[in-house]
Ligand binder design. Structure first.
Ligand code: FE
Ligand code: CA
Length: 524
């Protein structure tokens, strides 16, 4: 016999231990809090499957990758684990059947981090596929597949990745990932809005528990999303690089700024700290990304030999307040403020240095909000999104000016946030359309946010008439699949017919190509 669901308030697991026999429910916490040797060595017997949230891997290097899981026998109710450390074993093999295990070890899942596990496996071979799994209390996790990066000096012939963003549970099903796992990919990049903190009525599904504001609520929200089978499959199939946008915390947050001057900054920063902690707990991130209070350094670069470098940006944590009252507005002086910043001084310096020092043929900025200064109004009228780079015009000019002047090799921007597909040829000065293109921006649509969507033919005609640098627009759901060789970059816009019910087919709506050494995109 062991502890069962109703024996004490810690449901979902039981502890095999002689001292337990016959102890009443009231003694449960006393026992668990007693200093009885190495807590992490206790043998757990789970009454519910503890690896309910699956596995993940991320931030690959030539010799290393992060492996992730979280023990959560009761995922939607705080996890269902006792308030103590638990030992989790892991193993990594060269084959799916684990006949050749090349590394194994143990990690501590602690209650401070929601019993999540982040293992940074070292000493691996470059550009190799590995399989991994975890064990705890006699239970075995699903098997994950991952892949290391090539060695620093190696020029790959081919690299394939997909990027995605904005997967609001309330709008429907994450079917896009069922299609993504059919692709042969080295990597998945997630550009933010992995969860939504909000809660609304009258959509396809409802977020249980209302608006997320506390650590417990954010944890339950991640658990809800990670229970989705297509998402779990995509994490288990490929290593991921992740960054966030706004909804991991709250809609359109910007740095340490509150729009309401009478707002409670302390309360916001406390909420942000809770959101950051839950983010770290649920993502395959390395130690430099461990949050400290309301700070988490998410910007970093991930390199794949000489072919491609990803500079992963954080356009939320250090930005100044959106100008002109936020929203989509006619230009106002504030939007040209030279002191406005999207990245913050430190990240901007880091990015410029990272680009200058890069020896990669393709230099990707993996980021959130659109860089193309899209005029959203038909005709004479002009309207820009003040939450996007268009609201931070001096910062955008500074960055694109730098990329242009320093002749950064093949710069490509990948973007999420706006729940629609766009392809932009970026200019330093969008008022001079004859200016040479500096970089191409591929904006990927949402996985679900916005609902079923449409091809958007009518708006496409308007948008392309207003913005000569715009090459494509579509407002269906899906993801973008990219194939990179030494000679060319190709982005395939993969779209779904619907997300309000499961099972949508997926097709390639459009293909766009950038040739090595050429500025500007062509239809493929
Ligand atoms: Fe979104
Ligand atoms: Ca206009």
């Amino acid at each position: 016999m062991g502890f069962r669901r109703n024996a004490c308030s810690l449901s979902g697991f039981s502890i095999q231990r002689r001292e337990f026999l016959g102890i009443s429910a009231g003694a449960c916490w006393a026992f668990l809090n007693a200093p009885t040797g190495v807590a992490a060595d206790r043998q757990f017997k789970f009454s519910e499957y503890p690896f309910s949230l699956g596995v993940a891997s991320g931030d690959p290097r030539a010799d290393s990758v992060v492996l992730w899981t979280r023990l959560a026998p009761e995922p939607l109710e705080g996890g269902g684990m006792p308030p103590e450390d638990v030992k989790v074993d892991w193993e990594l093999a060269e084959d799916e059947g684990f006949k050749t295990v090349v590394q194994s070890g143990s990690a501590t899942a602690s209650p401070q981090w929601a019993h999540s596990v982040h293992v940074e496996v070292e000493g691996l071979r470059p550009d190799r596929v590995y399989w991994y799994r975890f064990r705890c209390g006699g239970e075995v996790s699903p098997v994950g597949r991952t892949r290391t990066a090539p060695a620093a000096g190696v020029m790959l012939d081919k690299f394939r990745f997909a990027f995605a963003s904005c997967q609001n549970y309330e709008y429907g099903y994450l079917t896009a990932y069922d299609h993504m796992v059919q692709d042969d990919l080295n990597l998945v990049v997630h550009l933010g809005d992995y969860i939504y903190e909000s809660a609304t009525k009258d959509r396809t599904r409802r977020h249980p528990g209302g608006v997320a504001k506390t650590l417990a609520q954010y944890r339950n929200r991640y658990a809800l999303y990670k229970l989705e089978a297509p998402l779990q499959k995509a994490h288990a199939a490929f290593p991921w690089i992740v960054t966030w946008d706004d909804h991991e915390v709250v809609n359109n947050w910007s740095g340490d700024n509150l729009r309401d001057p009478d707002g409670d900054l302390g309360a916001f920063l406390k909420r942000r700290a809770a959101a950051f902690q839950a983010y770290y707990e649920h993502m395959p991130l390395r130690k430099p990304q461990v949050p400290t209070g309301h700070s988490l350094q998410l910007y970093r670069n991930v390199n794949f030999g000489q072919l491609i470098q990803f500079a992963v940006l954080d356009t939320r944590q250090y930005r100044t307040l959106q100008p002109c009252g936020d929203g989509t507005k006619a230009p106002c002086d504030e939007m040209l403020d030279p002191n406005a910043t999207m990245l913050g001084a430190k990240q901007e310096m880091w990015l410029m240095n990272t680009l200058l020092n890069s020896t990669a043929r393709w230099n990707v900025l993996a980021q959130q909000v659109m860089m193309g200064r899209i005029d959203r109004a038909a005709g004479e009228e002009v309207k820009y999104s003040m939450d996007q780079w268009s609201g931070y015009d001096a910062a955008r000019r500074r960055l694109l000016g730098f990329v242009s002047e320093r002749q950064i090799s093949n710069p490509v921007v990948i973007t999420g946030d706006i729940h629609s597909n766009w392809v932009n040829d970026l200019k330093v000065d969008f008022d001079q359309p004859e200016q040479p293109t500096v970089a191409t921006e591929f904006v990927g649509t949402s996985i679900t946010s916005g609902g079923d969507g449409s091809d958007g033919e009518k708006y496409r005609a308007t948008a392309m008439a207003e913005n000569p640098f715009l090459k494509f627009y579509n407002s269906q759901r899906g993801y973008v699949r990219c194939e990179i060789t030494q000679d060319r970059w190709q982005s395939d816009y993969r779209v779904l017919d619907y997300v309000s019910k499961p099972g949508s087919p997926c097709r390639t709506r459009a293909k766009f190509v950038v040739e090595n050494g050429q500025r500007g995109v062509q239809e493929g």
